[in-house]
Design a protein around this ligand. Structure first.
Ligand code: AMP
Ligand code: MG
Length: 272
């Protein structure tokens, strides 16, 4: 298990008691400098992540799961695109979880999630996740409290199973401000090439911002564990968000200390 407190990612570890109002979404703690300096660092981190992933894929000894959660326009898609730019797509498995289909609703809430958990050698990326079942579902009152409340411990138990079977789990909340969401949603509406990402329902969720913040705080507090820690990343500045998430991914892979398998039995074989 990773001692996250000892890594550079410790900056973003969620505290035991979470108060999102006290974490500045525009902050840039431990950034190597201004935007230009941080972007230069991001380039280097991409190379580092790619090298680690190469050995991690070859070794197939464990898997990594990155859970990305955020409000609409929080930067989840951009984060996937920017953080994994240098990596080998064959070693990634990205899943976006939207409104459950009728088939998914006919099963328990973790059914569709479990099916997309990464195999050994794979980095799984969840663009939204099982946390929607204690966030959107709770805030929009889709199921009664008696159903969503036990889900926190059900989720923790589920994540324990994954961790015990060799999955390193990192859960990241991209923390944006209400003002930044307003700007980004407006851009989506005004830019014809971005409009496909907009749903009028996003405005309904926006009205429920305070309720969502409380639900995030609860979800993070109740499911934060050594095996499946939460990180809260200030995400109003996209370049800073990329720097933070790259750092977390690198620390996750570094801790596994991946190395290319030796295959000593092939020593001396000559191909004719
Ligand atoms: P997006 O990720 O913006 O494409 O939108 C997906 C939408 O599906 C968001 O509004 C989520 O809150 C919603 N969603 C995802 N999972 C669930 C779930 N299990 N129950 C209800 N809504 C969900
Ligand atoms: Mg959306």
């Amino acid at each position: 298990m990773i001692t996250w407190e000892k890594t550079s990612s410790a900056t973003w570890l969620a505290p035991k008691k979470v108060s999102l109002d006290e974490i500045d979404p525009g902050g840039t703690p431990t950034a190597p400098g201004d935007r230009a300096a941080t972007e230069a660092k991001v380039e280097k981190l991409r190379t580092q992540l790619a090298d680690l992933q190469d050995a991690f894929r070859a070794e197939e000894s464990g898997s990594v799961l990155l859970v990305l959660q955020a409000m609409d326009a929080g930067g989840k898609d951009g984060c996937v695109k920017q953080v994994f730019k240098g990596t080998n797509p064959m070693g990634l498995q990205v899943t976006s979880f939207g409104l459950p289909t009728p088939e998914e609703l006919a099963h328990d809430f973790l059914w569709r999630i479990h099916a997309r958990c990464p195999a050994k050698g794979i980095i799984g990326i969840f663009n939204r996740s099982h946390y929607e079942d204690v966030l959107a579902v709770r805030v929009r009152d889709i199921v009664p409290r008696s159903v969503w409340l036990p889900r926190y411990s059900q989720i923790s138990n589920f994540e324990d199973i994954l961790a015990a079977s060799g999955t390193t789990i990192v859960k990241v909340m991209l923390h944006i401000s209400n003002d930044e969401q307003k700007l980004r949603l407006q851009k989506r509406i005004d830019n014809p090439n971005k409009r496909w990402k907009f749903r009028t329902g996003d405005l309904d969720d926006r009205k429920l911002w305070p309720e969502y913040m409380r639900a995030y705080e609860d979800a993070i507090e109740k499911t934060n564990s050594d095996e499946a820690p939460w990180f809260i990343v200030p995400a109003d500045k996209k370049w800073y968000r990329d720097f933070a998430v790259l750092t977390i991914m690198i620390d996750a892979l570094k801790a596994l200390n991946p190395s290319h398998p030796k295959f000593a039995e092939y020593d001396g074989i000559v191909v004719d």
